[in-house]
Design a protein around this ligand. Structure first.
Ligand code: CA
Length: 222
Protein backbone atom coordinates (compact mmCIF):
# COMPACT_ATOMS: atom_id res chain seq x y z
CA UNK A 1 0.00 0.00 0.00
CA UNK A 2 1.30 3.43 -0.91
CA UNK A 3 -0.27 6.68 0.22
CA UNK A 4 0.22 10.37 -0.46
CA UNK A 5 0.14 12.87 2.41
CA UNK A 6 -0.36 16.52 1.49
CA UNK A 7 0.20 18.66 4.55
CA UNK A 8 2.30 21.79 5.12
CA UNK A 9 3.20 21.10 8.75
CA UNK A 10 6.55 19.45 8.16
CA UNK A 11 6.89 18.01 11.66
CA UNK A 12 3.48 16.36 11.37
CA UNK A 13 4.29 14.85 7.98
CA UNK A 14 7.57 13.46 9.29
CA UNK A 15 5.84 11.87 12.27
CA UNK A 16 3.12 10.41 10.06
CA UNK A 17 5.63 9.03 7.59
CA UNK A 18 7.45 7.28 10.41
CA UNK A 19 4.25 5.79 11.84
CA UNK A 20 2.86 4.65 8.50
CA UNK A 21 6.19 3.10 7.53
CA UNK A 22 6.09 1.12 10.76
CA UNK A 23 2.77 -0.27 9.51
CA UNK A 24 4.50 -1.24 6.23
CA UNK A 25 2.67 1.47 4.36
CA UNK A 26 4.79 3.47 1.90
CA UNK A 27 4.38 7.22 2.07
CA UNK A 28 5.06 10.09 -0.29
CA UNK A 29 4.86 13.62 1.10
CA UNK A 30 3.97 16.95 -0.44
CA UNK A 31 4.28 20.06 1.73
CA UNK A 32 2.27 22.44 -0.46
CA UNK A 33 -0.84 22.37 -2.59
CA UNK A 34 0.84 22.66 -5.96
CA UNK A 35 3.13 19.70 -5.41
CA UNK A 36 0.26 17.78 -3.83
CA UNK A 37 -1.90 18.26 -6.90
CA UNK A 38 0.94 17.29 -9.23
CA UNK A 39 1.47 14.03 -7.31
CA UNK A 40 -2.24 13.26 -6.84
CA UNK A 41 -2.74 13.57 -10.61
CA UNK A 42 -0.30 10.71 -11.16
CA UNK A 43 -3.00 8.35 -9.92
CA UNK A 44 -0.56 5.91 -8.34
CA UNK A 45 -1.63 6.05 -4.69
CA UNK A 46 -4.08 3.85 -2.79
CA UNK A 47 -5.21 6.66 -0.50
CA UNK A 48 -4.56 10.42 -0.32
CA UNK A 49 -4.46 12.22 3.04
CA UNK A 50 -5.17 15.84 2.28
CA UNK A 51 -4.98 18.86 4.55
CA UNK A 52 -7.48 21.60 3.68
CA UNK A 53 -5.45 24.71 4.50
CA UNK A 54 -2.42 24.51 2.22
CA UNK A 55 -0.14 27.02 0.53
CA UNK A 56 -0.91 27.69 -3.18
CA UNK A 57 -3.89 25.39 -3.71
CA UNK A 58 -6.32 24.32 -1.02
CA UNK A 59 -7.12 20.69 -0.29
CA UNK A 60 -10.71 21.21 -1.43
CA UNK A 61 -9.48 22.55 -4.77
CA UNK A 62 -7.17 19.57 -5.19
CA UNK A 63 -9.89 17.02 -4.60
CA UNK A 64 -12.25 18.87 -6.97
CA UNK A 65 -9.63 18.95 -9.74
CA UNK A 66 -8.62 15.29 -9.48
CA UNK A 67 -12.27 14.15 -9.38
CA UNK A 68 -12.95 16.21 -12.52
CA UNK A 69 -10.11 14.34 -14.15
CA UNK A 70 -11.70 11.02 -13.23
CA UNK A 71 -9.15 10.06 -10.58
CA UNK A 72 -10.97 7.93 -8.02
CA UNK A 73 -8.28 7.58 -5.34
CA UNK A 74 -10.00 7.65 -1.93
CA UNK A 75 -9.31 10.92 -0.13
CA UNK A 76 -9.37 11.67 3.58
CA UNK A 77 -9.40 15.36 4.44
CA UNK A 78 -7.65 16.79 7.49
CA UNK A 79 -9.37 19.82 8.87
CA UNK A 80 -9.09 22.20 11.80
CA UNK A 81 -12.32 22.69 13.76
CA UNK A 82 -12.77 26.23 12.42
CA UNK A 83 -12.66 25.12 8.78
CA UNK A 84 -15.06 22.30 9.41
CA UNK A 85 -18.02 23.64 7.46
CA UNK A 86 -20.88 22.02 5.58
CA UNK A 87 -18.77 21.67 2.48
CA UNK A 88 -16.47 19.24 4.20
CA UNK A 89 -19.13 17.57 6.30
CA UNK A 90 -21.33 16.97 3.28
CA UNK A 91 -18.25 15.68 1.53
CA UNK A 92 -19.51 17.52 -1.56
CA UNK A 93 -15.93 18.19 -2.42
CA UNK A 94 -15.43 14.61 -3.56
CA UNK A 95 -13.57 13.53 -0.45
CA UNK A 96 -14.47 10.19 1.11
CA UNK A 97 -13.79 10.91 4.75
CA UNK A 98 -12.47 13.63 7.04
CA UNK A 99 -10.66 13.87 10.33
CA UNK A 100 -10.61 16.88 12.66
CA UNK A 101 -7.25 18.12 13.94
CA UNK A 102 -5.79 17.31 16.37
CA UNK A 103 -6.41 13.64 15.77
CA UNK A 104 -5.03 10.40 17.17
CA UNK A 105 -2.62 8.93 14.64
CA UNK A 106 -4.07 5.49 15.35
CA UNK A 107 -7.39 6.79 14.13
CA UNK A 108 -5.86 8.14 10.93
CA UNK A 109 -4.11 4.84 10.23
CA UNK A 110 -7.36 2.93 10.78
CA UNK A 111 -9.28 5.26 8.44
CA UNK A 112 -6.58 5.03 5.77
CA UNK A 113 -6.70 1.25 5.94
CA UNK A 114 -10.48 1.29 5.67
CA UNK A 115 -10.35 3.56 2.62
CA UNK A 116 -7.70 1.36 1.06
CA UNK A 117 -10.27 -1.38 0.72
CA UNK A 118 -11.23 -1.15 -2.87
CA UNK A 119 -14.39 -2.39 -4.48
CA UNK A 120 -12.86 -5.15 -6.56
CA UNK A 121 -10.53 -6.33 -3.92
CA UNK A 122 -11.07 -8.50 -0.94
CA UNK A 123 -8.92 -6.75 1.57
CA UNK A 124 -8.88 -8.76 4.76
CA UNK A 125 -5.75 -8.44 6.84
CA UNK A 126 -4.18 -6.75 3.85
CA UNK A 127 -4.81 -9.60 1.49
CA UNK A 128 -5.57 -8.95 -2.15
CA UNK A 129 -7.43 -11.61 -4.04
CA UNK A 130 -7.96 -11.75 -7.75
CA UNK A 131 -9.24 -14.66 -9.80
CA UNK A 132 -7.16 -17.68 -8.71
CA UNK A 133 -4.30 -15.84 -7.02
CA UNK A 134 -3.84 -13.81 -3.86
CA UNK A 135 -1.17 -11.53 -2.51
CA UNK A 136 -0.14 -10.61 1.03
CA UNK A 137 1.74 -7.30 0.79
CA UNK A 138 2.94 -7.32 4.38
CA UNK A 139 5.10 -10.41 3.79
CA UNK A 140 5.47 -10.08 0.02
CA UNK A 141 3.79 -13.45 -0.39
CA UNK A 142 2.11 -14.63 -3.54
CA UNK A 143 -0.47 -17.35 -2.95
CA UNK A 144 -1.17 -19.85 -5.70
CA UNK A 145 -3.30 -22.94 -5.02
CA UNK A 146 -2.88 -22.50 -1.30
CA UNK A 147 0.90 -22.28 -1.44
CA UNK A 148 2.57 -19.09 -0.21
CA UNK A 149 5.73 -18.02 -1.98
CA UNK A 150 7.80 -15.08 -0.80
CA UNK A 151 8.74 -12.83 -3.71
CA UNK A 152 11.21 -9.91 -3.94
CA UNK A 153 9.88 -6.54 -2.74
CA UNK A 154 9.87 -4.74 -6.11
CA UNK A 155 8.11 -7.65 -7.76
CA UNK A 156 5.61 -7.63 -4.91
CA UNK A 157 5.05 -3.87 -5.15
CA UNK A 158 4.36 -4.21 -8.86
CA UNK A 159 1.96 -7.08 -8.31
CA UNK A 160 0.20 -5.16 -5.55
CA UNK A 161 -0.29 -2.19 -7.84
CA UNK A 162 -1.89 -4.32 -10.56
CA UNK A 163 -3.95 -6.57 -8.29
CA UNK A 164 -5.30 -3.67 -6.22
CA UNK A 165 -7.12 -2.36 -9.30
CA UNK A 166 -7.96 -5.21 -11.63
CA UNK A 167 -9.18 -4.00 -14.99
CA UNK A 168 -7.12 -0.84 -14.86
CA UNK A 169 -4.19 -0.29 -17.19
CA UNK A 170 -1.14 1.16 -15.47
CA UNK A 171 1.27 3.11 -17.65
CA UNK A 172 5.02 2.57 -17.50
CA UNK A 173 5.37 6.07 -16.06
CA UNK A 174 2.97 5.28 -13.24
CA UNK A 175 4.80 2.06 -12.46
CA UNK A 176 8.22 3.75 -12.38
CA UNK A 177 6.87 6.59 -10.19
CA UNK A 178 5.29 4.21 -7.73
CA UNK A 179 8.07 1.63 -7.51
CA UNK A 180 11.13 3.81 -7.68
CA UNK A 181 9.85 7.25 -6.73
CA UNK A 182 9.58 10.41 -8.73
CA UNK A 183 13.22 11.39 -8.96
CA UNK A 184 14.44 8.10 -10.29
CA UNK A 185 15.74 7.58 -13.79
CA UNK A 186 15.07 3.89 -13.96
CA UNK A 187 14.89 2.49 -17.45
CA UNK A 188 11.69 0.94 -18.67
CA UNK A 189 13.66 -2.26 -19.19
CA UNK A 190 13.64 -2.70 -15.44
CA UNK A 191 9.86 -2.93 -15.43
CA UNK A 192 9.98 -5.55 -18.13
CA UNK A 193 12.31 -7.67 -16.03
CA UNK A 194 9.87 -7.64 -13.11
CA UNK A 195 6.92 -8.27 -15.43
CA UNK A 196 8.82 -11.20 -16.89
CA UNK A 197 9.45 -12.70 -13.42
CA UNK A 198 5.81 -12.26 -12.41
CA UNK A 199 4.58 -13.86 -15.63
CA UNK A 200 6.76 -16.88 -14.95
CA UNK A 201 5.23 -17.22 -11.50
CA UNK A 202 1.72 -16.97 -12.93
CA UNK A 203 2.40 -19.39 -15.79
CA UNK A 204 0.35 -22.23 -14.34
CA UNK A 205 -2.49 -20.03 -13.12
CA UNK A 206 -5.60 -18.67 -14.72
CA UNK A 207 -4.33 -15.13 -14.27
CA UNK A 208 -2.10 -13.16 -16.62
CA UNK A 209 -0.42 -9.81 -16.93
CA UNK A 210 -1.20 -8.41 -20.33
CA UNK A 211 0.83 -5.80 -22.18
CA UNK A 212 -1.22 -3.02 -23.69
CA UNK A 213 1.10 -1.89 -26.47
CA UNK A 214 2.37 1.62 -26.15
CA UNK A 215 0.51 2.08 -22.87
CA UNK A 216 1.36 -0.31 -20.06
CA UNK A 217 0.14 -3.34 -18.19
CA UNK A 218 -3.07 -4.82 -16.80
CA UNK A 219 -3.88 -7.93 -14.75
CA UNK A 220 -6.53 -10.18 -16.27
CA UNK A 221 -8.15 -13.57 -16.26
CA UNK A 222 -6.41 -15.79 -18.78
CA1 CA B 1 -2.24 23.27 6.83
Amino acid sequence: MKILIVEDEVKLTQALEFLFNKQKIDVEIANDGEEGLMLAEKDIYDVIVLDIMLPNISGLEIVRIIREKGIKTPVIMLTAKDTLDDKVLGLDSGADDYLVKPFATKELIARVRALGRRKNTEYINEKYEFNDIAYLPKNFELIIRGINVKIPKKEGDLLEMLISRPGQVFTRDQIVDRLWGLESDVLENNIEIYIHHLRKRLEETNTKIETIRGVGYIIKER
